[in-house]
Write a protein that binds this ligand. Structure first.
Ligand code: GLU
Length: 415
């Protein structure tokens, strides 16, 4: 029976990597659980004057390599286990790209689509009041994730600065540039993913100029639509989906027009340049590159066998279940796993922290260049582990990440 509990999936992935690395029992026990978990309630005044209680979380999974780092989600389906899984993945993600950071994640169970702007602001500020003792540039640095954005980061930073009574822009990343943000952060997750696709094409001969499809059209999906063509010099975008629908056009669609349609209408559905497509069929299209950029557990044992994409670039966190991984691997689909493919975002978050620290900001080209170097190197390191240990790419990425974290824990004398 296939498991959809993301935390169990994450634990299983750590255990597999630990087996390859021959880690001792204490190290394994340390790495399969978060180091610290915070669970709290938030009371927020709604616009109608009534109070409402929300459930919030912040989890610092592992801080052996540096301060905890990872996003905050506002999502109606949020659970403590989802946050645990996401915090675990952040730990291996920062290690795979060799950043001096640990992993963490936070969330609030809520539906931001049903909140007014001022309710959203009060919720964001309440969240920071709850976690303020455990965050800071040298402790734990949140960023956006699903349904959170730079405006929310700005309210959160502002609330924190009010509490500590000084400037501290590095407490949050992916802020607007006027308040301590960096060039290049908004498209960094997608840019990093497309860079790994470029490397896969170079190394294994995939054709970036054939067609591609994107599941999920939030920040990462929208930017990937544009950057695939910009960085790879071509390719037809044949299908796109979001939570409300999917559209398809075999001759390709204009990414810019699609983004404009999404921003105007809140969905890609009814885009005049394409025909409606059942959402689940998007994953099964015959494309060169498939970008899952939505939520966890989209690719399962039910649909993995029907996937015809040659490359899967996982911009979402945890889109593929272990059973599906097994099938994709057997069918020779080249999976660029989430902890590598989506690491561009946190890489530029790290650059933002560095710039905030020095209060001196880099030009856009420098951010792109340094991001490219980090992701290219990480992609190559993971491919070397694939060859050397004869393992599939997700396991290889986990082996690289887990080994680095285990080493830091050992050096510190924790195990
Ligand atoms: N939420 C993003 C991720 O899952 C970015 C995290 C960050 O920049 O800290 O990688």
């Amino acid at each position: 029976m296939e498991s959809y509990n993301s935390f169990k999936v994450a634990q299983q992935q750590v255990l597999e990597a630990a087996r390859i690395l021959n880690l001792d029992e204490a190290t394994v026990d340390l790495l399969i659980f978060p180091q610290r978990e915070f669970k709290f309630t938030l009371n927020v005044k709604m616009d109608n004057g009534a109070s409402r209680i929300f459930h919030g979380y912040r989890i610092q999974y592992n801080q052996a390599r540096g301060p905890a780092k990872g996003g905050i989600r506002f999502h109606p389906e949020e659970t403590v286990d989802t946050i645990r899984a996401l915090a675990s993945w952040m730990t291996w993600k920062t290690a795979v790209v060799d950043l001096p950071l640990g992993g963490g994640k936070g969330g609030v169970k809520c539906n931001p689509k049903e909140l007014s702007i001022s309710e959203l602001e009060r919720l964001s500020r309440a969240y920071v009041r709850a976690i303020s003792p455990m965050i800071g540039i040298d402790k734990d640095v949140p960023a956006p994730d699903v349904y959170t954005n730079p405006q929310i980061m700005t309210w959160m930073m502002d609330e924190y600065e009010t509490l500590v009574n000084r400037h501290h822009p590095g407490v949050m990343t992916d802020k607007p540039q006027q308040v301590g943000g960096t060039e290049g952060r908004r498209d960094a997750t997608a840019r990093g993913g497309v860079i790994t696709v470029r490397e896969a094409c170079k190394l294994y001969g995939y054709d970036p100029h054939r067609c591609y499809a994107i599941q999920g059209f939030g920040n990462a999906g929208q930017r990937a639509a544009l950057l695939h063509q910009e960085i790879l010099g071509g390719g037809k975008l044949v299908a796109v989906s979001d939570s409300r629908g999917a559209i398809f056009n075999r001759d390709g669609m204009d990414p810019k027009e699609l983004v404009t349609h999404k921003l105007t209408n809140g969905t890609v559905a009814n885009f005049p340049g394409g025909k409606p497509l059942p959402q689940e069929e998007l994953l099964e299209l015959d494309v060169e590159v498939l970008y899952p950029a939505a939520l966890e557990n989209s690719i399962t044992s039910e649909n993995a066998g029907k996937i015809k994409a040659r490359v899967i670039c996982e911009l979402a966190n945890g889109p593929t279940t272990p059973e599906a991984d097994f099938i994709l691997n057997k069918n020779n689909v080249h999976v660029i796993p989430d902890i590598l493919a989506s690491a561009g975002g946190v890489t530029v978050s790290y650059f933002e922290m560095v710039q905030d620290h020095y209060s001196y900001f880099w030009e856009e080209n420098l951010v792109h260049e340094r991001l490219d170097k980090k992701l290219t190197k990480a992609y190559k390191t993971v491919q070397e582990a694939v060859k050397e240990k004869q393992i599939h790419p997700r396991l290889a990425a986990m082996v690289v990440g887990v080994a680095r974290v285990a080493e830091a824990c050992k050096l510190r004398g924790w195990v």
